[in-house]
Design a protein around this ligand. Structure first.
Ligand SMILES: [Zn+2]
Length: 185
């Protein structure tokens, strides 16, 4: 088997589908600028700040029609977003598992994408999987990221003082609820 037979940054979609191609790997989050812009802090270069991805090609035939190229894309990443309740970092897992159908021409793809339930993209001989992956991760971001339970006390440095020595009032769950209700929807 020839290694690197398909280039994920310049993928020949029709051939990938016809040959039932399969690719996988990981990409640094730091290389996805639009995604980084949405993060609480810029992702670093370590192994945790990477997107695991896989792609599979498949050709499907329907009676009386030309073979269609399909692509199966899976993504798995963790990003630090800004909690909209306490404004500190909250780690959010992003998981994508989607199929895409490819047709000739941007206009036809856009029309079919709008009218059918399939996700339809324009076929290409130099398709950039990395860009599609970033698009999909952006779509997978939660609209209002927040902790299930925000760290307490808010904005205090870790290890500063023993909470048992602090006679200050604990924040009631109702205060958190009120804060939630004040948030714009
Ligand atoms: Zn929070």
């Amino acid at each position: 088997m020839k290694p690197r037979e398909f280039d994920p940054r310049r993928l020949d979609i029709e051939r990938f589908a016809a040959e039932g191609g399969a690719l996988e790997g990981d990409w640094p989050l730091a290389g996805m600028q639009r995604l980084c812009d949405a993060c609480h802090v810029a992702p670093g270069a370590d192994a945790a700040d990477r997107v695991r991805w896989s792609a599979g090609g498949e050709q499907r035939r329907r009676a009386g029609q030309a073979a269609q190229a399909w692509l199966h894309l899976t993504l798995d990443a963790k990003v630090d977003l800004t909690c909209q309740r306490c404004l500190s970092a909250v780690t959010v897992g992003l998981v994508v598992d989607r199929w895409f159908r490819f047709v000739d021409g941007e206009e036809r793809a856009a029309a079919l994408d709008a009218e059918s339930e399939d996700d339809v993209l324009a076929s290409s001989r130099t398709f950039d999987l990395h860009e599609l992956a970033e698009d999909e991760l952006l779509l997978a971001l939660p609209l209002v990221p927040r902790h299930e339970v925000c760290p307490q006390p808010l904005a205090a440095p870790i290890g500063a003082g023993d909470p048992h020595d602090d006679p200050g009032p604990a924040e009631s769950p109702f205060a958190a609820l009120a804060a939630l209700k004040r948030m714009p929807h």
